[in-house]
Write a protein that binds this ligand. Structure first.
Ligand code: HEC
Ligand code: HEC
Length: 299
């Protein structure tokens, strides 16, 4: 019996030791990825000052998720706080205490939003810059002008701490830093004007691919905690709902977060998209109609 207990004790110590080693390797290797530097040179944008441009910037910030993650006042907000995925807060983007600081330049904004790279050169975690990397020059300028126009908010910065499961998913290639995905050297901003066109719909849909997948077929969202539902299939395939929807069903669902059958969308589907303009929604619908139908979750 004593021998057996001793064996159990040794086995437990061995298991804890092994776990510590595995965790150590995961933290070390993911740490290298998180600290890797991405040297990108960006030109300083010419920022507009007219109210119409600032209003366009505000519309973009509200409908492309910036306010969801950085707070309605852009003073920073909790996105995910979960022992597995980490403590992930969108930083304070204002000039208040805990904010971006006066040394943060317009070029630093472009580097962060278009390239997913922090001023010190490391890749930003969670910040979905791959969705924003092809913003037109004028949308980028309007957005930055708006962010710079908001009043300072004093709110302490909660440094991003990436959790063990998120790190393991990084090593497995399931979670990728936007900075690693974006082809920095060949990045060309889109050239497109707002209109009910397939082309403009494709442009707006860049904000949907982060969750609905590059081909918009939906499925598991890798960055999400386990309780997140899969994203819906937005292609006109029979395994999704949109094949049976009309344009107005689609627009009504975006506006109200309720499907035509009355069921409510999970809060994981950002309510911010309810603020998309009629032109943006119609362009999105026109674009979705052109997608090859693919079964749900076949990214
Ligand atoms: C899904 C959440 C999310 C969305 C949406 C998002 N961000 Fe971020 N953003 C973050 C996080 C988290 C960081 C910090 C990452 C880090 O430090 O590794 C960040 C960092 C930044 C930074 C760098 C700030 C600094 O102090 O280094 C800027 C600028 C920024 N975001 C602007 C924007 C703008 C503008 C938008 C909308 C177009 C936006 N973000 C949308 C989560 C988000
Ligand atoms: C942060 C992740 C996320 C982003 C970004 C996102 N979605 Fe979703 N979306 C979801 C999830 C998750 C669901 C499934 C909700 C449910 O099952 O209740 C969903 C559901 C939907 C639905 C309902 C379809 C159905 O079959 O029920 C539509 C329509 C939709 N999204 C459109 C869009 C569009 C258009 C965009 C971009 C402008 C977008 N989504 C961006 C996560 C996201």
């Amino acid at each position: 019996m004593r021998k057996f207990l001793k064996f159990l004790g040794l086995a437990a110590i061995g298991l804890v030791g092994l776990l510590a080693v595995v965790l150590g390797v995961v933290f070390y290797k993911s740490g290298l990825m998180l600290r890797r530097l991405h040297p990108v040179t960006v030109a300083s944008p010419v920022l507009p000052t007219d109210p119409a441009a600032i209003a366009r910037g505000q519309h973009l910030a509200a409908t492309r998720g910036c306010l969801d993650c950085h707070g309605p006042d852009l003073g920073g907000a909790k996105v995910i706080d979960d022992p597995a995925m980490g403590r992930l807060y969108g930083p304070n983007l204002t000039l208040g205490k805990g904010g971006r600081g006066p040394e943060f330049t317009d070029a630093d904004f472009v580097r962060a939003i278009r390239h997913g790279v922090a001023p010190d050169g490391r890749g930003l975690f969670l910040m979905p810059s791959a969705d924003y990397s092809r913003f037109t020059e004028s949308d980028m300028a309007d957005l930055i002008a708006y962010v710079k126009s908001v009043p300072p908010v004093n709110r302490a910065r909660v440094p991003v701490a990436v959790g063990p499961v998120a790190r393991a998913l990084m090593l497995a290639g399931k979670i990728r830093l936007a900075a690693d995905e974006i082809d920095h050297a060949n990045l060309r901003p889109d050239v497109v004007t707002p209109a009910v066109s397939v082309e403009y719909g494709r442009y707006v849909a860049a904000s949907c691919t982060g969750c609905h997948g590059p081909n918009l077929s939906g499925g598991k969202i890798d960055i999400g905690p386990p309780d997140w539902p899969p994203a819906a299939n937005l292609t006109p395939h029979a395994s999704g709902r949109l094949a049976k929807w009309s344009e107005s069903d689609f627009m009504q669902t975006l506006r109200t977060a309720k499907r035509p059958d009355g069921s409510e969308l999970s809060p994981v589907m950002p309510r911010a998209f309810s603020g998309l303009s009629e032109t943006e929604m119609k362009a999105l619908w026109a674009y979705l109609q052109t997608l090859p139908p693919v079964p749900t979750g076949t990214r």
